[in-house]
Ligand binder design. Structure first.
Ligand code: TYD
Length: 215
């Protein structure tokens, strides 16, 4: 991907709850480091001091009271700071940036799922991200029911409760949104079957990195 003077590589992980993307991002970061590559592992929302503060406001639901557009704006403000004070410098130093969630989460959650018009999401992207496109985006795909069951187990050791129905619909929409993004941008996005065992998912990810970016 053409990014001017930036020399590093930029890899993002996306997916719904229970898709294991944070685990896979960690595995890839370790693997790259073992292969002797300098790595900057980061996440969104957050990744820089100011963006971590905005993360608090976003995840606590404080921003949600102002509606999905306000949320999209705040995720974007956090992203701009993350880029300006962490990602760009890491790339300029030749690092491999591995980021847990990025622009596609805003497209999927605030855009496709919460209904912020695509033109507004695109405008925010142009302002915050510009030409800084990831080299690879892994979309970790898992059926909503399976992902939710995993997430619930992890959260409290129980299986999904009576609210599952509503949650399930929402997660199915998020899943669909990520798959649509992958279809639209096949040169950037790679869909990985995240219902496989963790080690197999990690292999798929590593193979793709070897093939496309040759670390
Ligand atoms: P987090 O606790 O990091 O969980 P996860 O393991 O699912 O990443 O929560 C991040 C939440 O923020 C997650 O529910 C997705 C949401 N999100 C958005 O809605 N839009 C965005 O642009 C980003 C980056 C995250």
């Amino acid at each position: 991907m053409q990014r001017g003077v930036e020399l590093g590589r930029f890899i993002t992980f996306e997916g719904g709850e229970g898709s294991g993307k944070s685990t896979q991002a960690g595995i890839l970061a370790n693997r790259l480091a073992r292969a002797g590559r300098p790595v900057f592992a980061t996440r969104e929302p957050g990744g820089s001091p100011a963006a971590e503060e905005i993360r608090e406001a976003l995840l606590s639901g404080k921003v949600w009271q102002f509606g999905p557009f306000a949320e999209a704006v705040m995720f974007s403000v956090a992203r701009a700071d993350h880029i300006d004070y962490a990602i760009r410098e890491a790339l300029q130093q030749g690092k491999w940036v591995v980021c847990d969630r990025f622009i596609d989460s805003t497209r999927a959650y605030q855009g496709a799922t919460a209904g912020v018009p695509r033109s507004l999401i695109s405008a925010l992207e142009r302002i915050t991200v510009g030409a800084l496109s990831p080299d690879i985006t892994f979309i970790l795909d898992i059926p909503a029911q399976e992902g939710l069951a995993r997430a619930h187990e992890r959260a409290e050791g129980t299986t999904p409760d009576r609210f599952e129905g509503q949650e399930l619909m929402l997660h199915e929409r998020v899943r669909r949104a990520f798959l649509d993004i992958a279809e639209e941008e096949p040169e950037r996005c790679i869909v990985v079957d995240a219902s496989q065992p963790e080690a197999m998912v990690a292999e798929d990810v590593w193979e793709a990195v070897l093939q496309r970016l040759n670390p």
